[in-house]
Design a protein around this ligand. Structure first.
Ligand SMILES: Cc1cc2nc3c(=O)[nH]c(=O)nc-3n(C[C@H](O)[C@H](O)[C@H](O)COP(=O)(O)O)c2cc1C
Length: 236
């Protein structure tokens, strides 16, 4: 079977559906945005594209600041709700029982419940037609400490991040690789694992393992016997 051809569109999925908070601690709003992404690494430049008819549009245009809050499974419902209701009518923080958290570099509050919040300052705007793209520099990233493991690294797999694809919200599945794994040299340990999957080798491996444990036990028993019961020789 081949591919069908559709007219031009924006079929690039999956994408993150983020909750963008804007305004300030007193008057704030949340807009769900799918048209978002990374433009540059150093300095860190990101973008969000917003339709001028959104209530959030004028807030972002005026304040030139916003916070991108990543969304996870627990926030999926609120993500959708904030993407269908307008801040012109409802207080989204209040209705979704979300907590405003003071940001460090921008006046817009972050969403405390989000695993990661990215504080952004607008550096450029570009009108492409339906949407205006707000290009922004990242001022800092606030990550929830509960996802930092004992090695001090942020374990993103524990965040339960969600993705958006063609109208649906999806949980991320199992990790299938890591950056550069396609060109990584196989570690000896991994090679051994592959070899042992060969049925011919499985029995050998099992025997090796079975032998290993009793050997250790025997050694221990022998040693303790020696220590516990010292042999005393009678003087002649
Ligand atoms: C998953 C999802 C993604 C969305 N992405 C965008 C987007 O990229 N840009 C945009 O202007 N609106 C987007 N919307 C629509 C707005 O979030 C929606 O119109 C919202 O009610 C606007 O809120 P506001 O009027 O309070 O600003 C999206 C909605 C959903 C549910």
């Amino acid at each position: 079977m081949g591919k069908v051809t559709w007219k031009a569109g924006t079929f690039i999925y999956p994408i993150p559906a983020v909750m963008v908070s804007c305004g300030d601690m007193e008057n704030s709003n949340i807009i769900t945005v799918g048209w978002t992404g990374i433009l540059n690494t150093n300095p860190a430049i990101v973008y969000i594209s917003v339709r001028p008819e959104r209530y959030s549009y004028n807030i972002i245009k005026e304040k030139k600041e916003f916070v991108i809050n990543l969304t996870n499974e627990d926030l999926a419902y609120a993500t959708d709700w904030c993407g269908v209701k307008s801040g012109a009518q409802v207080d989204k923080f209040k209705e979704m029982k979300l907590t405003k958290e003071k940001s460090q570099f921008v006046s817009a509050p972050a969403i405390k419940e989000a695993p990661v919040s990215v504080e952004c300052k607008v550096i450029e705007e570009k009108d492409f037609g339906s949407h205006t793209t707000f290009i922004a520099e990242v001022m800092c990233i606030n990550a929830d400490e509960k996802y930092i493991n004992e090695n001090g690294s942020f374990d993103i797999s524990k965040c339960d991040l969600i993705a958006y694809a063609n109208g649906g919200y999806y949980k991320l599945g199992l990790k299938v690789g890591k950056f550069g794994y396609s060109v990584e040299k196989k570690a000896k340990k991994d090679e051994a694992k592959v070899v042992s999957r060969n049925p011919k080798n499985i029995k050998k491996e099992q025997n090796k393992e079975n032998n290993f444990i009793p050997k250790l036990r025997n050694k221990k028993a022998k040693t303790s016997k020696k220590v516990d019961k010292p042999v005393r020789r009678k003087k002649k």
